[in-house]
Design a protein around this ligand. Structure first.
Ligand code: 5RP
Length: 228
């Protein structure tokens, strides 16, 4: 199976965690695309009554086109289960997200949710975080100052550019600065530093948030037990 097929394996397995009556959080990305399809199939086949909050307009449109009832996050009093993809995960279930620049909305939904499941293909499992550049979302006002601060700290910042060489903007019209660190030896310390930086709206370090990881492997879907 190729990477896309492995993503599908993980997504279809995770769709089985959805129960009638749930309010769901739906992530963003190519793995979540398969998840939304699988959930929509179950909703139809089993007449499930669920509603969902999306972490991007892309996911919201796909889900609503497929007949899933979508809610604004401000109109739900809780989220039972959030299922999302990830860019890297270590064995303690600490991870990096934001490859699709949706990490601020994703973190809002994840931290609101009672339970979080990540769905990944096996290439996303790592010993040490950081090979995947860590995304930050930075407000335009003063973004060059933030950039210099990150650079001075040795975090190897780069503005994320699109195919035309223009700065990528997020849902909130902010910029993305990726930190090309190679290795993140102390994720909690880095999180503390980034959380304290004026101008950084949010970053893609998702620590101590995930309960279950479903991995697509050549032998099928595997549910990883958390080691905390
Ligand atoms: C978007 C994300 C995605 O979940 C992450 O990039 C994984 O994407 P994919 O499922 O396409 O590999 O964090 O901001």
């Amino acid at each position: 199976m190729n990477q896309s097929e492995l993503k599908k394996v993980a997504a279809e397995h995770a769709a089985e965690f959805v129960e009638d009556g749930m309010t769901l959080g739906l992530g963003t990305g190519s793995t979540v695309f398969f998840l939304v399809e699988a959930i929509a199939r179950r909703v139809k086949a089993e007449n499930l009554h669920i509603e969902a909050v999306a972490t991007s307009s892309r996911t919201a449109k796909q889900a609503s086109d497929l007949g899933i009832t979508m809610k604004d996050i401000n109109d739900v009093d809780h989220i039972d289960l959030c299922i999302d993809g990830a860019d890297e995960i270590d064995k303690h279930f600490q991870g990096i997200k934001g490859g699709g620049a949706a990490h601020t909305l994703e973190k809002m939904v994840a931290t609101t949710s009672r339970r979080n499941i990540w769905i990944v293909d096996e290439s996303k499992l790592v010993d040490t975080l950081g090979k995947f550049p860590l995304p930050t979302e930075v407000i335009p006002f003063g973004c060059e100052q933030v950039f210099h601060r990150l650079d001075a700290e040795g975090l190897h910042p780069q503005f994320r550019l699109d195919d035309q060489g223009q700065r990528v903007t997020t849902h909130n019209k902010n910029f993305v600065i990726d930190l090309h660190m190679g290795k993140i030896e102390h994720p909690h310390l880095l999180k503390q530093f980034l959380d304290g930086q004026v101008g950084i709206l949010e970053h893609g370090l998702f620590l101590d948030l995930v309960d279950t990881v479903v991995v697509g492997t050549q032998d099928g879907a595997k549910v990883l037990p958390a080691i905390r």
